[in-house]
Design a protein around this ligand. Structure first.
Ligand code: HEM
Length: 353
Protein backbone atom coordinates (compact mmCIF):
# COMPACT_ATOMS: atom_id res chain seq x y z
CA UNK A 1 0.00 0.00 0.00
CA UNK A 2 1.45 3.40 -1.04
CA UNK A 3 1.79 6.20 1.52
CA UNK A 4 -1.08 8.21 -0.01
CA UNK A 5 -3.41 5.20 0.00
CA UNK A 6 -2.47 4.49 3.62
CA UNK A 7 -3.23 8.07 4.64
CA UNK A 8 -6.62 7.93 2.95
CA UNK A 9 -7.38 4.61 4.67
CA UNK A 10 -6.36 6.02 8.07
CA UNK A 11 -8.43 9.15 7.48
CA UNK A 12 -11.42 6.99 6.59
CA UNK A 13 -10.99 5.04 9.84
CA UNK A 14 -10.90 8.27 11.84
CA UNK A 15 -13.98 9.56 10.04
CA UNK A 16 -15.81 6.27 10.59
CA UNK A 17 -14.94 6.22 14.31
CA UNK A 18 -15.83 9.88 14.85
CA UNK A 19 -18.97 9.54 12.76
CA UNK A 20 -20.12 6.62 14.88
CA UNK A 21 -19.63 8.43 18.20
CA UNK A 22 -23.00 10.17 18.47
CA UNK A 23 -24.70 6.80 18.08
CA UNK A 24 -22.45 4.94 20.49
CA UNK A 25 -25.11 5.10 23.22
CA UNK A 26 -23.92 6.42 26.56
CA UNK A 27 -20.21 6.05 25.90
CA UNK A 28 -19.55 9.66 26.86
CA UNK A 29 -22.09 10.12 29.63
CA UNK A 30 -21.19 9.24 33.19
CA UNK A 31 -23.23 9.30 36.43
CA UNK A 32 -20.22 10.82 38.25
CA UNK A 33 -19.67 13.55 35.63
CA UNK A 34 -20.14 16.39 38.16
CA UNK A 35 -18.36 14.63 41.06
CA UNK A 36 -15.62 17.26 41.23
CA UNK A 37 -17.30 20.26 39.61
CA UNK A 38 -20.75 20.17 41.23
CA UNK A 39 -21.01 17.35 43.75
CA UNK A 40 -24.29 18.59 45.25
CA UNK A 41 -26.19 18.96 41.97
CA UNK A 42 -28.52 16.02 42.64
CA UNK A 43 -29.58 17.28 46.08
CA UNK A 44 -30.01 20.87 44.83
CA UNK A 45 -32.35 19.72 42.03
CA UNK A 46 -34.16 17.43 44.45
CA UNK A 47 -34.81 20.19 47.01
CA UNK A 48 -36.39 22.54 44.47
CA UNK A 49 -38.64 19.80 43.07
CA UNK A 50 -39.57 18.51 46.52
CA UNK A 51 -40.67 22.01 47.56
CA UNK A 52 -42.68 22.71 44.42
CA UNK A 53 -44.38 19.31 44.53
CA UNK A 54 -45.68 19.93 48.05
CA UNK A 55 -48.21 22.39 46.65
CA UNK A 56 -48.30 20.95 43.11
CA UNK A 57 -47.92 17.15 43.13
CA UNK A 58 -48.73 17.03 39.41
CA UNK A 59 -45.40 18.75 38.72
CA UNK A 60 -43.57 15.42 39.13
CA UNK A 61 -45.47 14.04 36.14
CA UNK A 62 -45.02 17.26 34.17
CA UNK A 63 -41.23 17.16 34.60
CA UNK A 64 -40.92 13.57 33.37
CA UNK A 65 -42.96 14.51 30.31
CA UNK A 66 -40.76 17.54 29.65
CA UNK A 67 -37.68 15.30 29.45
CA UNK A 68 -39.49 12.96 27.02
CA UNK A 69 -40.56 15.86 24.81
CA UNK A 70 -36.99 17.16 24.85
CA UNK A 71 -35.36 13.84 23.92
CA UNK A 72 -37.67 13.00 20.99
CA UNK A 73 -36.75 16.23 19.19
CA UNK A 74 -33.10 16.40 18.03
CA UNK A 75 -32.04 14.51 21.18
CA UNK A 76 -31.85 15.34 24.91
CA UNK A 77 -30.33 18.77 24.41
CA UNK A 78 -32.77 21.10 26.21
CA UNK A 79 -34.00 22.38 22.83
CA UNK A 80 -37.56 22.37 24.23
CA UNK A 81 -36.57 25.07 26.72
CA UNK A 82 -35.60 27.64 24.08
CA UNK A 83 -38.04 30.53 23.71
CA UNK A 84 -38.86 32.31 20.46
CA UNK A 85 -36.26 34.86 19.36
CA UNK A 86 -35.18 36.27 16.00
CA UNK A 87 -33.30 33.04 15.30
CA UNK A 88 -35.20 30.44 17.36
CA UNK A 89 -38.60 29.00 16.43
CA UNK A 90 -39.61 27.63 19.81
CA UNK A 91 -40.71 23.99 20.17
CA UNK A 92 -42.97 25.14 22.98
CA UNK A 93 -45.53 26.16 20.37
CA UNK A 94 -45.52 22.83 18.53
CA UNK A 95 -48.96 21.14 18.70
CA UNK A 96 -48.07 18.48 21.29
CA UNK A 97 -46.56 21.17 23.56
CA UNK A 98 -48.67 24.30 23.27
CA UNK A 99 -51.01 24.89 26.23
CA UNK A 100 -49.86 21.52 27.49
CA UNK A 101 -46.26 21.27 28.72
CA UNK A 102 -45.65 22.44 32.26
CA UNK A 103 -42.62 23.02 34.44
CA UNK A 104 -40.59 25.50 32.41
CA UNK A 105 -40.46 27.94 35.31
CA UNK A 106 -39.53 25.12 37.72
CA UNK A 107 -36.57 24.27 35.48
CA UNK A 108 -35.53 27.93 35.63
CA UNK A 109 -35.81 27.85 39.40
CA UNK A 110 -33.60 24.75 39.49
CA UNK A 111 -31.09 26.33 37.11
CA UNK A 112 -30.83 29.43 39.33
CA UNK A 113 -30.21 27.29 42.41
CA UNK A 114 -27.61 25.17 40.57
CA UNK A 115 -25.85 28.26 39.11
CA UNK A 116 -25.59 29.74 42.62
CA UNK A 117 -23.67 26.66 43.78
CA UNK A 118 -21.68 25.82 40.63
CA UNK A 119 -21.73 28.61 38.05
CA UNK A 120 -21.44 27.66 34.38
CA UNK A 121 -21.02 23.95 34.98
CA UNK A 122 -24.33 22.05 34.73
CA UNK A 123 -26.26 21.91 31.46
CA UNK A 124 -30.01 22.46 31.19
CA UNK A 125 -30.25 19.10 29.38
CA UNK A 126 -28.74 17.34 32.41
CA UNK A 127 -31.10 19.27 34.72
CA UNK A 128 -34.09 17.96 32.72
CA UNK A 129 -32.75 14.40 32.93
CA UNK A 130 -32.04 14.61 36.66
CA UNK A 131 -35.45 16.18 37.24
CA UNK A 132 -37.11 13.19 35.54
CA UNK A 133 -35.36 10.66 37.79
CA UNK A 134 -35.96 12.71 40.94
CA UNK A 135 -39.63 13.11 40.03
CA UNK A 136 -39.98 9.34 39.67
CA UNK A 137 -38.46 8.82 43.12
CA UNK A 138 -40.56 11.53 44.79
CA UNK A 139 -43.69 9.88 43.35
CA UNK A 140 -42.55 6.54 44.89
CA UNK A 141 -41.30 5.21 41.58
CA UNK A 142 -37.88 3.72 40.78
CA UNK A 143 -34.51 5.44 41.20
CA UNK A 144 -31.50 4.98 38.95
CA UNK A 145 -28.03 6.39 38.43
CA UNK A 146 -28.45 9.12 35.83
CA UNK A 147 -25.71 9.26 33.18
CA UNK A 148 -24.63 12.92 32.90
CA UNK A 149 -22.48 15.19 30.76
CA UNK A 150 -24.93 16.43 28.14
CA UNK A 151 -24.45 19.85 26.56
CA UNK A 152 -27.22 22.24 25.52
CA UNK A 153 -28.20 22.83 21.91
CA UNK A 154 -27.77 26.06 19.99
CA UNK A 155 -30.96 25.37 18.05
CA UNK A 156 -34.57 24.25 18.38
CA UNK A 157 -36.80 22.59 15.78
CA UNK A 158 -40.58 23.11 15.93
CA UNK A 159 -41.16 21.18 12.71
CA UNK A 160 -39.39 18.14 14.14
CA UNK A 161 -41.40 18.46 17.38
CA UNK A 162 -44.62 18.26 15.36
CA UNK A 163 -43.23 15.34 13.40
CA UNK A 164 -41.57 13.22 16.11
CA UNK A 165 -43.83 13.47 19.15
CA UNK A 166 -46.48 10.74 19.06
CA UNK A 167 -50.15 11.79 19.09
CA UNK A 168 -52.80 10.42 21.48
CA UNK A 169 -54.83 9.03 18.57
CA UNK A 170 -51.92 6.96 17.20
CA UNK A 171 -52.52 3.24 16.65
CA UNK A 172 -49.94 0.67 17.68
CA UNK A 173 -48.19 0.67 14.30
CA UNK A 174 -47.66 4.43 14.44
CA UNK A 175 -46.56 4.30 18.10
CA UNK A 176 -43.98 1.61 17.37
CA UNK A 177 -42.72 3.60 14.40
CA UNK A 178 -42.38 6.83 16.42
CA UNK A 179 -40.30 4.99 19.01
CA UNK A 180 -38.25 3.05 16.46
CA UNK A 181 -37.12 6.36 14.89
CA UNK A 182 -35.55 7.12 18.27
CA UNK A 183 -33.91 3.69 18.57
CA UNK A 184 -36.48 2.53 21.13
CA UNK A 185 -38.08 -0.92 20.87
CA UNK A 186 -41.51 -2.34 21.75
CA UNK A 187 -40.57 -3.08 25.37
CA UNK A 188 -39.31 0.51 25.72
CA UNK A 189 -42.62 1.76 24.29
CA UNK A 190 -44.69 -0.23 26.78
CA UNK A 191 -42.40 0.59 29.73
CA UNK A 192 -42.20 4.34 28.99
CA UNK A 193 -45.95 4.56 28.40
CA UNK A 194 -46.16 3.44 32.04
CA UNK A 195 -45.34 7.06 32.94
CA UNK A 196 -49.06 7.59 32.30
CA UNK A 197 -49.52 6.11 35.76
CA UNK A 198 -49.62 9.67 37.08
CA UNK A 199 -50.38 13.20 35.92
CA UNK A 200 -53.39 14.59 34.09
CA UNK A 201 -54.71 14.96 30.56
CA UNK A 202 -57.05 17.49 29.00
CA UNK A 203 -60.35 16.35 27.50
CA UNK A 204 -59.23 17.49 24.05
CA UNK A 205 -56.69 14.64 23.95
CA UNK A 206 -59.26 11.83 24.28
CA UNK A 207 -62.76 13.32 23.74
CA UNK A 208 -62.95 11.72 20.28
CA UNK A 209 -63.20 8.36 22.07
CA UNK A 210 -66.25 9.39 24.09
CA UNK A 211 -68.86 10.40 21.52
CA UNK A 212 -67.81 9.86 17.94
CA UNK A 213 -64.88 7.50 17.62
CA UNK A 214 -63.46 7.33 14.06
CA UNK A 215 -66.66 8.97 12.76
CA UNK A 216 -68.81 6.01 13.83
CA UNK A 217 -71.15 8.17 15.94
CA UNK A 218 -70.33 5.78 18.81
CA UNK A 219 -67.70 5.69 21.57
CA UNK A 220 -64.46 3.72 21.30
CA UNK A 221 -65.53 0.06 21.76
CA UNK A 222 -62.34 -0.66 23.72
CA UNK A 223 -63.36 1.81 26.46
CA UNK A 224 -64.85 0.38 29.70
CA UNK A 225 -68.50 1.50 29.75
CA UNK A 226 -68.49 2.64 33.40
CA UNK A 227 -65.30 4.59 32.79
CA UNK A 228 -66.89 6.04 29.65
CA UNK A 229 -69.68 7.55 31.78
CA UNK A 230 -67.15 8.98 34.27
CA UNK A 231 -65.16 10.56 31.45
CA UNK A 232 -68.28 11.93 29.73
CA UNK A 233 -69.19 13.70 32.99
CA UNK A 234 -65.79 15.45 32.96
CA UNK A 235 -65.77 16.12 29.22
CA UNK A 236 -69.14 17.22 27.84
CA UNK A 237 -69.77 16.78 24.12
CA UNK A 238 -68.75 20.00 22.39
CA UNK A 239 -67.11 21.37 25.55
CA UNK A 240 -63.98 23.48 25.54
CA UNK A 241 -61.64 20.51 25.92
CA UNK A 242 -59.45 22.00 28.64
CA UNK A 243 -60.97 20.15 31.62
CA UNK A 244 -58.49 17.82 33.27
CA UNK A 245 -58.71 14.24 34.40
CA UNK A 246 -56.28 11.84 36.08
CA UNK A 247 -54.44 9.33 33.93
CA UNK A 248 -54.77 6.78 36.73
CA UNK A 249 -58.18 6.75 38.43
CA UNK A 250 -56.83 4.46 41.20
CA UNK A 251 -53.64 6.19 42.48
CA UNK A 252 -53.48 9.51 40.54
CA UNK A 253 -50.17 10.86 41.86
CA UNK A 254 -48.28 7.67 42.58
CA UNK A 255 -45.78 6.07 40.26
CA UNK A 256 -46.82 2.40 40.30
CA UNK A 257 -47.86 -0.43 37.98
CA UNK A 258 -51.58 0.45 38.05
CA UNK A 259 -51.36 1.91 34.54
CA UNK A 260 -51.14 -1.68 33.28
CA UNK A 261 -53.98 -3.07 35.43
CA UNK A 262 -56.11 -0.16 34.15
CA UNK A 263 -55.39 -1.23 30.57
CA UNK A 264 -56.44 -4.80 31.43
CA UNK A 265 -59.89 -3.52 32.51
CA UNK A 266 -60.11 -1.19 29.49
CA UNK A 267 -59.51 1.96 31.47
CA UNK A 268 -56.65 3.36 29.42
CA UNK A 269 -57.27 7.10 29.07
CA UNK A 270 -55.78 7.81 25.66
CA UNK A 271 -56.31 5.70 22.58
CA UNK A 272 -52.50 5.32 22.45
CA UNK A 273 -52.63 3.77 25.94
CA UNK A 274 -55.40 1.25 25.28
CA UNK A 275 -53.85 0.24 21.93
CA UNK A 276 -51.07 -1.54 23.88
CA UNK A 277 -53.56 -4.01 25.32
CA UNK A 278 -56.51 -3.97 22.92
CA UNK A 279 -54.80 -4.36 19.55
CA UNK A 280 -55.75 -7.88 18.51
CA UNK A 281 -52.80 -10.28 18.44
CA UNK A 282 -50.27 -7.60 19.40
CA UNK A 283 -46.95 -8.48 21.03
CA UNK A 284 -47.52 -5.67 23.54
CA UNK A 285 -50.38 -7.51 25.31
CA UNK A 286 -48.03 -9.97 26.95
CA UNK A 287 -45.71 -7.15 28.09
CA UNK A 288 -48.67 -5.28 29.64
CA UNK A 289 -49.71 -8.47 31.46
CA UNK A 290 -46.20 -9.07 32.77
CA UNK A 291 -45.76 -5.46 34.00
CA UNK A 292 -49.22 -5.60 35.58
CA UNK A 293 -48.35 -8.66 37.64
CA UNK A 294 -44.76 -7.70 38.52
CA UNK A 295 -43.93 -4.15 39.59
CA UNK A 296 -40.22 -4.95 39.96
CA UNK A 297 -40.09 -6.03 36.33
CA UNK A 298 -41.89 -2.84 35.28
CA UNK A 299 -39.53 -0.65 37.32
CA UNK A 300 -36.42 -2.39 35.94
CA UNK A 301 -37.70 -2.00 32.37
CA UNK A 302 -38.69 1.61 32.99
CA UNK A 303 -35.24 2.50 34.35
CA UNK A 304 -33.49 0.85 31.40
CA UNK A 305 -35.79 2.60 28.92
CA UNK A 306 -35.37 6.00 30.62
CA UNK A 307 -31.58 5.67 30.44
CA UNK A 308 -31.86 4.66 26.79
CA UNK A 309 -34.16 7.62 26.07
CA UNK A 310 -31.79 9.93 27.97
CA UNK A 311 -28.98 8.95 25.61
CA UNK A 312 -30.79 9.93 22.41
CA UNK A 313 -28.74 12.33 20.29
CA UNK A 314 -26.82 13.83 23.20
CA UNK A 315 -24.28 16.59 22.61
CA UNK A 316 -21.05 16.05 24.53
CA UNK A 317 -17.50 17.37 24.78
CA UNK A 318 -17.00 20.42 22.59
CA UNK A 319 -20.47 20.19 21.03
CA UNK A 320 -23.16 22.67 22.11
CA UNK A 321 -22.75 24.81 25.21
CA UNK A 322 -23.71 25.13 28.87
CA UNK A 323 -26.48 27.71 28.72
CA UNK A 324 -26.41 30.44 31.33
CA UNK A 325 -30.18 30.74 31.10
CA UNK A 326 -32.13 27.70 29.94
CA UNK A 327 -34.56 29.63 27.71
CA UNK A 328 -31.87 31.27 25.55
CA UNK A 329 -28.63 30.36 23.88
CA UNK A 330 -25.67 32.23 25.34
CA UNK A 331 -24.86 35.67 24.02
CA UNK A 332 -28.46 36.46 23.18
CA UNK A 333 -28.89 39.57 25.26
CA UNK A 334 -31.98 40.58 23.25
CA UNK A 335 -33.51 37.26 24.31
CA UNK A 336 -32.71 37.88 27.95
CA UNK A 337 -34.44 41.26 27.78
CA UNK A 338 -37.51 39.47 26.35
CA UNK A 339 -37.41 37.05 29.28
CA UNK A 340 -37.49 39.88 31.83
CA UNK A 341 -40.70 41.14 30.21
CA UNK A 342 -42.18 37.64 30.06
CA UNK A 343 -41.41 36.83 33.68
CA UNK A 344 -43.35 39.87 34.75
CA UNK A 345 -46.37 38.83 32.70
CA UNK A 346 -48.52 35.97 33.99
CA UNK A 347 -49.02 34.01 30.81
CA UNK A 348 -45.57 34.10 29.25
CA UNK A 349 -44.11 30.91 27.81
CA UNK A 350 -41.85 30.52 30.81
CA UNK A 351 -44.82 30.10 33.14
CA UNK A 352 -46.43 26.76 33.95
CA UNK A 353 -49.98 26.26 32.82
C1 HEM B 1 -46.48 6.61 23.71
C2 HEM B 1 -46.81 7.77 23.21
C3 HEM B 1 -47.31 8.91 24.04
C4 HEM B 1 -48.37 9.70 23.74
C5 HEM B 1 -49.25 9.61 22.52
C6 HEM B 1 -48.51 10.64 24.83
C7 HEM B 1 -49.47 11.63 24.88
C8 HEM B 1 -49.76 12.39 26.00
C9 HEM B 1 -50.83 13.33 26.09
C10 HEM B 1 -51.80 13.67 24.98
C11 HEM B 1 -50.81 13.83 27.35
C12 HEM B 1 -51.80 14.85 27.94
C13 HEM B 1 -51.36 16.25 27.58
C14 HEM B 1 -52.40 17.28 27.89
O1 HEM B 1 -53.57 16.94 28.10
O2 HEM B 1 -52.06 18.49 27.92
C15 HEM B 1 -49.72 13.23 28.05
C16 HEM B 1 -49.37 13.48 29.35
C17 HEM B 1 -48.31 12.89 29.99
N1 HEM B 1 -47.34 12.10 29.41
FE1 HEM B 1 -47.47 11.22 27.62
N2 HEM B 1 -47.55 10.39 25.76
C18 HEM B 1 -46.79 9.36 25.31
C19 HEM B 1 -45.66 8.85 25.93
C20 HEM B 1 -45.13 9.33 27.10
C21 HEM B 1 -43.84 9.01 27.62
C22 HEM B 1 -42.81 8.14 26.90
C23 HEM B 1 -43.71 9.65 28.83
C24 HEM B 1 -42.55 9.67 29.76
C25 HEM B 1 -41.63 8.74 29.85
C26 HEM B 1 -44.95 10.36 29.05
C27 HEM B 1 -45.26 11.06 30.18
C28 HEM B 1 -46.43 11.77 30.36
C29 HEM B 1 -46.85 12.30 31.64
C30 HEM B 1 -46.16 12.08 32.96
C31 HEM B 1 -48.03 13.04 31.41
C32 HEM B 1 -48.82 13.87 32.41
C33 HEM B 1 -48.21 15.27 32.43
C34 HEM B 1 -48.89 16.27 33.35
O3 HEM B 1 -49.75 15.91 34.14
O4 HEM B 1 -48.49 17.44 33.25
N3 HEM B 1 -45.77 10.18 27.97
N4 HEM B 1 -49.07 12.36 27.19
Amino acid sequence: MGPLRMEVTLLCCVVVVLGALPFSSDAQLDPSFYRNTCPSVHSIVREVIRNVSKSDPRMLASLIRLHFHDCFVQGCDASILLNNTDTIVSEQEALPNINSIRGLDVVNQIKTAVENACPGVVSCADILTLAAEISSVLAQGPDWKVPLGRKDSLTANRTLANQNLPAPFFNLTLLKAAFAVQGLNTTDLVALSGAHTFGRAQCSTFVNRLYNFSNTGNPDPTLNTTYLQTLRAVCPNGGGGTNLTNFDPTTPDKFDKNYYSNLQVHKGLLQSDQELFSTIGADTIDIVNRFSSNQTLFFESFKAAMIKMGNIGVLTGSQGEIRKQCNFVNGNSAGLATLATKESSEDGLVSSI
